[in-house]
Design a binder for this molecule. Structure first.
Ligand code: T5A
Length: 211
């Protein structure tokens, strides 16, 4: 496929939403046709699954139910949005994807990565992102930024240890998949973060043969 699949990852409050807007402007400047979407979510059904996943509740959500809901939403999103776009030569910019499952359910909830690999293969076949921008920040700074926004969702109610494992998980995924990952220091001022993102995007675009 000619169109590319870009994902943006990171722990809570790293600035994904803010920087995805910047990436959208970069895509427009380069006259690249794209869809921007997110996980969990991205279709009406998958957005309902997102609401189920994020809503704080008294009932303990068992990790396997959480994992299967993530992949249920992903199956719908992939087949209804991501694949049709890529097949129509439209790039996809996605706020989180399966790396979030490895980081949050694998490292955070300490579920078996073999299980995640199996579900990934069943749901995605050979579809994987072409470029993943990991916005990395010390957990405390991200949580402070996220908490300023109001009531915490079910994930934001987790303890710091959980997010430390998620962050370490992301860094280890970046290390293992260095062919598609670029780690961005998101603790800098926004302008510095966006200079680094632009550099990563320019480098990726040039690697595809564009000047
Ligand atoms: N999840 C998701 C899983 O467990 N498994 C999975 O498979 C998937 C796909 C929802 C949750 O789902 C979990 C992970 C999540 O807990 P989400 O909606 O992406 O996923 O959740 P959040 O990480 O909470 O995303 P947010 O949109 O809430 O946060 P952002 O986008 O990272 O942060 P943003 O851009 O809103 O920025 C936060 C604040 O910081 C400021 C911004 O202005 C904003 O106020 N800011 C900066 N301030 C100073 N310097 C900078 N450089 C700044 N950049 C941003």
């Amino acid at each position: 496929m000619v169109a590319k699949f870009i994902t943006v990852e990171g722990t809570e409050g790293v600035g994904k939403t803010t920087n995805i807007n910047f990436i959208k402007s970069w895509l427009r400047q380069n006259e690249i046709k794209f869809v921007a979407t997110r996980e969990p979510g991205g279709t009406p059904l998958a957005e309902e699954i997102r609401d189920l996943l994020l809503k704080p509740r008294d009932e303990l959500v068992v990790s396997s139910a959480e994992l299967l809901l993530m992949f249920a939403g992903r199956a719908q999103h992939l087949n209804k949005v991501i694949l049709p776009a890529l097949q129509a030569d439209t790039w996809v910019l996605c706020d989180r994807f399966t790396d979030a499952t490895y980081a949050y359910q694998g490292f955070g909830r300490q579920m078996s990565s073999e299980l995640i690999v199996q579900l990934e293969n069943i749901v995605q076949g050979d579809i994987r992102p072409d470029l993943t921008l990991l916005l990395d920040i010390p957990v405390e700074i991200g949580l402070e930024r996220a908490n300023d926004r109001g009531d915490p969702d079910r994930f934001e109610q987790e303890q710091q240890d959980f997010f430390n494992r998620v962050r370490a998980g992301y860094l280890s995924l970046a290390n293992e998949n260095s062919d598609r990952y670029v780690v961005i220091d998101a603790s800098q001022e926004l302008q510095g973060v966006q200079t680094d993102i632009a550099l990563a995007l320019d480098t990726f675009y040039k690697s595809l043969g564009h000047e």
